[in-house]
Design a protein around this ligand. Structure first.
Ligand SMILES: [Zn+2]
Length: 331
């Protein structure tokens, strides 16, 4: 089966990890930013993790250059549009892109300008291609917490008009959820849907807490519910979406190899698993590639794929009208 031709949905994709390398070169030139290389071939090792990436921190180091060129409204809009263009050209029908607004204020952009630029990029792509999108505002757990509510306030005016979700990302410490309860609560009160990176690095309890304490309807990765019976049972009973990112999970050592990934077991046990990219550039992947890998590794049929596709529709933070459109590709 050709995974390129299948309709696809990406619910877990970071904007700063998914920039075209040539665009980084163009923007650095425009903005007078020095790069370690001036051509795509030599720049790629600075943007893409090696196959033997030792851990998540090494993985996260690949975001430094992208973030440096994402400090103007034009750059952010262009990068967003190009991501949706690339996705549309491989039959991605819906993409929820996430980004950390606080990372893009180094040159004086306001939170409103930053969020507006991403929303504009999505809308421009929606007009030109058969793709729909929304964005999720990510907070890096490693940053000071004093601006989190400002991010939530700034995004609130775009809710259900380009902005749909709230997320916590970056390195995952055991028990992190307790510190973020008031912020997640504030986001929920404003009308955000919540997804949280949890259970990526061996802490199943974090998945349990993300659902119970932070109101997460989905979790990023969630792999390590395998070793935590209560978290596993809660994911199952609440139908919490698991945003699986196969290539990234191997690169960050969340799993040793794809064959030891619990995706197949989760699918067989009817947990709501989805297939996503995480970072197109940093992980050097596409949705076509992620779907191909999962289908081959876990021996899934076309019928299995469409079951997963429908799970993605069900778990998407999209409007009912968009969901209906997305389901039309699965008939
Ligand atoms: Zn992620």
């Amino acid at each position: 089966m050709n995974s390129f031709d299948l309709p696809k949905i990406d619910l877990h994709c970071h904007l700063d990890g998914s920039i075209r390398p040539q665009t980084i070169i163009d923007l650095a030139l425009e903005q007078g930013i020095a790069l370690p290389a001036d051509n795509v071939a030599e720049l790629k090792p600075h943007l893409i993790v090696p196959d033997d990436c030792p851990n998540l921190d090494e993985y996260i180091s690949r975001f430094a250059l992208p973030v440096a060129v994402m400090q103007t409204a034009e750059a952010i809009e262009r990068i967003t549009f190009e991501l949706y263009e690339d996705a549309a050209q491989e039959n991605v029908k819906y993409l929820e892109v996430r980004f950390g607004p606080l990372l893009h204020m180094q040159q004086g952009l306001t939170l409103d300008q930053i969020i507006d630029s991403v929303v504009k990029g999505i809308k421009k792509a929606e007009q030109q291609y058969d793709i729909h999108g929304n964005c999720i505002l990510s907070i890096l757990r490693t940053m000071p917490k004093d601006r989190i509510n400002d991010v939530i306030d700034a995004g609130a005016r775009y809710l259900n008009d380009g902005v749909v979700g709230f997320d916590l990302a970056a390195s995952e410490l055991p028990g992190f959820c307790h510190e973020f309860i008031p912020y997640a609560q504030y986001a929920l009160e404003k009308g955000y849907r919540v997804t949280i990176h949890a259970g990526e690095q061996g802490v199943g309890q974090n998945v349990y807490d993300a659902i119970e304490l932070l109101g997460a309807e989905r979790v990023g990765h969630g792999i390590h519910i395998t070793g935590h019976a209560e978290a596993y049972a809660l994911v199952k009973s609440r139908n919490t979406g698991l945003e699986t990112c196969p290539t990234s999970n191997v690169q960050t050592k969340a799993v040793e190899r794809l064959e030891s990934h619990p995706f197949g077991a989760f699918y067989q046990d009817q947990l709501p698993v989805t297939i996503n990219t995480d970072n197109r550039t940093v992980s050097n992947t596409t949705m076509t590639e992620e779907v191909r890998k999962v289908m081959e590794q876990f021996d899934l049929s076309r019928e299995d794929y469409f079951r997963i596709y429908r799970t993605s529709v069900d778990q998407a933070f999209a409007s009912e009208a968009v969901k209906k459109h997305l389901l039309s590709f699965a008939e």
